[in-house]
Design a protein around this ligand. Structure first.
Ligand SMILES: N[C@@H](CCC(=O)N[C@@H](CS)C(=O)NCC(=O)O)C(=O)O
Length: 211
């Protein structure tokens, strides 16, 4: 039996982050497509896995643990795979700091603007503008913070890079122009050059798949 099952949907940014981590750590996983349109994520069987009724969910059948929240799943997989966890506790805490910044500052503007552009959601004009400004502002801040740095934490890639990349990668679909954000583009290219990297279109299957 495959140790891990990832439950998600290919269009989901948080599911992408987990798929990226699994691919980049060469971890085999079964994949269960959760059909958000039919409300599969609000069915009792799914709510038993994730009380918030959201994807992604990762089942670890070996340790009999079921996790939700993409950043927590990355943190868990760093321990289980021994990869991307930073060299010591200080680096892990710095990585957690970035993950919380991503969840708090970066995610909402990018995901909502992307959802608007792709026609998933509708927003009144002022809200759409506020979402776009939030996305652009956070990306600008990230660009500044990457000045002179190869990676977000320490001397090598960590879950901070995979997590934040997994959000920033949707800037394109959100139609945020990164032309002026050279440090951000350089760092994204470094993540994309890592072994096992898959982009937002190729990391997740469109339907359920056994490893
Ligand atoms: N903080 C969560 C966010 C998860 C999330 O927003 N999932 C979306 C899909 S991208 C979802 O399941 N939406 C359905 C809903 O909220 O009802 C994470 O990082 O895992």
């Amino acid at each position: 039996m495959t140790r891990y099952t990832l439950h998600g949907i290919f269009a989901s940014g948080p599911t992408y982050k987990v798929g990226l981590m699994l691919h980049m750590t060469s971890t085999p996983f079964d994949y269960v497509h959760v059909d958000l349109r039919s409300g599969a994520h609000k069915a009792d069987a799914f709510l038993a896995k994730n009380r918030y009724g959201q994807v992604p969910v990762l089942d670890d059948h070996e340790k009999d643990i079921c996790l939700c929240q993409s950043s927590v799943i990355l943190d868990y997989l760093a321990d289980e795979t021994g990869r991307f966890g930073g060299k010591d506790r200080a680096e892990r805490l710095r990585a957690r700091e970035w993950q919380l910044w991503g969840a708090g500052q970066l995610t909402t503007g990018i995901y909502r603007t992307r959802a608007l552009k792709l026609g998933f959601f509708q927003f009144p004009e002022q809200v759409a503008e506020a979402n776009f400004n939030a996305a652009n502002g956070a990306l600008k801040e990230l660009n500044g913070l990457l000045d002179g740095r190869d990676w977000l934490v320490g001397a090598g890639p960590t879950i901070a890079d995979l997590d934040i990349y997994g959000i920033a990668a949707y800037a394109h679909q959100a139609e945020v122009d990164l032309a002026n954000y050279a440090h951000l583009r350089r760092w994204m290219a470094k993540v994309e050059a890592l072994p096992g990297f898959k982009n937002v279109d190729t990391a997740l299957p469109k339907e359920s798949v056994k490893a």
